[in-house]
Design a binder for this molecule. Structure first.
Ligand code: PA5
Length: 432
């Protein structure tokens, strides 16, 4: 048995031949145009939102968030897909997965489950506590978050009575949808998701900003990073634009038969950002038979499982690594006179835990490359709200470019609507 060694190969010349096309795409995007095949509304508001939001609007989000956090022991963030992945990614990157160990007001992301055991558990958590909620839904009609809101609304009403509305923030469309109707009718505080920004591109709007402000993260800092990225990422000169290169490499890899993209990192704090990417890219690309399967992996953990398949499985994959260069803390490895576990060589070679952590991504990437898996790397100097803002804009722009290269509208998801309708039919919703 021989393991095939030859994987996806892309030459510099193949890249260069696409630069003029990519330049046109970036210019079209920058001018708010859609040159995609199935036209539709160019949902491009995420390109300018961070620049256009006023200090007064930022302050309003911060004040509402502080007010809710101050009076609540627990805040439930309700949303699904693009209506929760972005803020969760930022909060986990800043505080780690166990963010509730450091936050005074505990946060629970719900609305993407319909598991009764999970809801019973959440209601137990909220029992006898001051609970608040940020309910996020652009359409305002998505079943899972709407169901979650019913349960949490009842929980809050049972404790707060007629003041319940002061514990509820709704983030939704300016005019349309059941959530907008409910919010206006009951007098909840509301923030708007603009018409021209779709769910998976909405982390920069109150969808992301309200929850991250409740977690005490400086939203102005996040927005400043996002804005800082604009000149670089909007640059039509494809060769100098990392979003263009990112999109082009993925596009060419797909054209040459790549089926899967492993999104890898060696930062446990960064894992939720890979989950965010796992929505952003496939939901935007998976049309007309296009698209790569995005598989998130944290190294070294997942090397001990899918690492085998990456090394010696089908050669139809690429790897995209995100490395955090400087961790918040570094640890020297303790030296023991008794070296039974044979680890003394690490401190003796003057290596710290971070040095080992870097090797657990550099080593495997090199090994995978040797067996035919091409890769590219994004480096974040540190995890800060500012760098996360830059990172999100890079990936969103790259996803838009990629959609236009594939020749379809990356801002719609008709396939998602298809199964939503099936679910309504199964549950006997009137009209389905
Ligand atoms: O990216 C998208 O548009 C989707 O993933 C939506 O965010 C998700 O379906 C939730 O929709 P809504 O915010 O309308 O409840």
């Amino acid at each position: 048995l021989n393991t095939p060694k030859t994987g996806i190969q892309i030459t510099e010349n193949e890249m260069k031949m696409q630069f003029a096309k990519v330049q046109n795409i970036i210019e079209a995007l920058n001018h708010g145009e859609g040159d995609n095949q199935d036209k539709g509304v160019p949902m491009l508001g995420w390109q300018t939102y961070a620049r256009d939001i006023t200090p007064a609007e930022i302050q309003k989000i911060q004040d509402a968030a502080r007010n809710l956090a101050d009076k609540c022991d627990v805040v439930f963030i309700i949303g699904i897909g693009g209506s929760y992945l972005g803020p969760k990614a930022v909060i986990e990157a800043v505080y780690g997965k166990n963010y509730n160990d450091v936050l005074k007001t505990k946060l629970y992301f719900i609305g993407c489950d319909t598991d009764p055991d999970f809801y019973a558990h959440c209601l137990k958590i909220g029992e006898d506590k001051n609970c608040g909620v940020v309910v996020i839904s652009k359409s305002g009609t998505t079943t899972e978050p709407a169901l979650a809101f019913r349960f949490i609304k009842r929980l809050i009403e049972q404790r707060q009575g007629k003041n319940a509305k002061d514990f509820i923030i709704a983030v939704t469309d300016a005019k349309k949808g059941a959530l907008r109707q409910l919010a206006d009718g009951e007098g909840y505080a509301t923030f708007v998701i603009p018409d021209n920004i779709g769910g998976r591109f909405s982390v920069v709007t109150p969808v992301g900003l309200a929850p991250i402000a409740i977690a005490g993260i400086d939203i102005a800092e996040y927005l400043s990073g996002y804005k800082k990225a604009l000149p670089l990422i909007d640059n039509p000169d494809a060769e100098k634009n990392p979003a263009a290169l990112y999109a082009l490499l993925r596009f060419l890899a797909w054209q040459k038969g790549a089926a899967a993209e492993y999104q890898v990192t060696n930062s446990a704090f960064f894992e939720s950002n890979l989950a965010w990417t796992m929505q952003l890219e496939p939901e935007s690309e998976g049309h007309y038979g296009h698209g790569l399967h995005v598989v998130p992996a944290v190294f070294p953990r997942d090397l001990h499982s899918i690492g085998q398949l990456i090394q010696q499985g089908p050669r139809d994959l690429i790897e995209i690594a995100t490395k955090i260069l400087t961790p918040r803390a570094d640890l020297p490895v303790p030296l023991y006179a008794d070296d039974t576990d044979e680890l003394n060589y690490i401190p003796q070679n003057k290596l710290t835990l971070n040095d080992i952590n870097k090797m657990t991504i550099d080593g495997p990437l090199a090994a995978h490359y040797a067996d035919g898996v091409p890769n590219m790397t994004i480096e974040l100097e540190k995890i800060t709200p500012q760098n996360l803002g830059e990172y999100h804009y890079l990936l969103m722009k790259a996803t838009a470019i990629q959609g236009y290269l594939l020749g379809h509208n990356p801002f719609v998801q008709p396939g998602v609507q298809f199964w939503k309708d099936k679910l309504f039919k199964l549950a006997g919703k009137p009209g389905y």
